[in-house]
Design a protein around this ligand. Structure first.
Ligand code: HPA
Length: 274
């Protein structure tokens, strides 16, 4: 595993030279941010040694390396979901490669169903914490001390300073930010009303099918995380309607420009080695 990570990191270092210290997973709600990355170099996933192979034809995804808000970034357009059949080591492999490259910050976005009754479709939720309901843990198995400690602390999985910075920016730009706990589970089914209700009772404000594995590995790797959910549908009793992937995409589009604005501004203010 260590050798595989190193080989991929060496390949990328060779391709991109100076390695950015911020990585972005362009999940739902951040896709268009890719258009704002300047001076970019794109590397399709199939060209990257050891990167998982996409299960969806024509949607292989790519790494985009360039500048955003004047700082260098490495962005993933397309992520690997557990429901697609990847195991957790594959889902989180890119994070290990970022770690090997010396990445310090990881920004993530996702689409999620809102269980908090004060949420509306199109809201952006700053993730403060998470609950992991995936059936497989990304750190299951032998621990490599070079990668991180056996029992990682998760008391501040989402970096407090980055969250404060995001709140400050949202405030200045008059962007309403919700806050809450994200529950990550496997999908691919959306939840039944009884499941949404249970997820609310156990402490969730939003639920989705990604992010938690990557965030766990980033914490193991001591990479600081900032993550947002776009609320694309509501799992609130009395407001639950039929959900489809298309509607999730459509709702995410509403929040897209606001997410991009926050992200661009954070990049500008971030203190990096660059
Ligand atoms: N549940 C799980 N994943 C999701 C949802 C949801 O309601 N909305 C968008 N992704």
């Amino acid at each position: 595993m260590l050798e595989t990570i190193k080989k991929t990191a060496d390949y990328l270092r060779n391709e991109i030279g100076d390695v950015p210290n911020t990585a972005i997973i362009l999940g739902t709600g951040l896709g268009e941010l890719a258009n704002e990355i300047n001076d970019k170099k794109e590397i399709p996933y199939p060209e990257i040694p050891n990167f998982p192979v996409s299960t969806v034809e024509g949607h292989s995804g790519k790494l985009i390396i360039g500048t955003l808000g004047g700082k260098k970034v490495i962005a993933m357009q397309g992520r690997f979901h557990y429901y697609e059949g990847y195991n957790m080591k594959e889902v989180t492999f890119p994070i290990r490669v970022f770690q090997a490259l010396g990445v310090e910050y990881l920004f993530v976005s996702n689409a999620a169903g809102g269980m908090n009754s004060s949420f509306n479709v199109g809201d952006i939720m700053l993730i403060e914490d998470h609950i992991n309901l995936f059936p497989e843990h990304p750190l299951h198995g032998k621990n490599h001390e070079e990668l991180g400690t056996r029992f990682p602390d998760m008391s501040e999985a989402y970096d407090k300073n980055l969250r404060l910075m995001a709140m400050e920016i949202a405030d200045e730009k008059n962007i309403k930010l919700q806050h809450g706990v994200y529950i990550g589970l496997t999908g691919p089914t959306f939840e039944t009303p009884a499941e949404y209700n249970w997820l609310r009772i156990i402490g969730g404000d939003a639920v989705g099918m990604s992010t938690v594995p990557e965030v766990i590995v980033a914490n193991h790797a001591k990479i600081k995380v900032l993550a947002f959910s776009i609320i694309t549908d509501l799992g609130v009793i009395g407001k639950i309607v039929e959900v489809s992937h298309e509607e999730v995409q459509k709702a995410a589009k509403i929040a897209q420009p606001k997410m991009a604005e926050i992200m661009r501004e954070i990049m500008q203010r971030l203190e990096t080695r660059d």
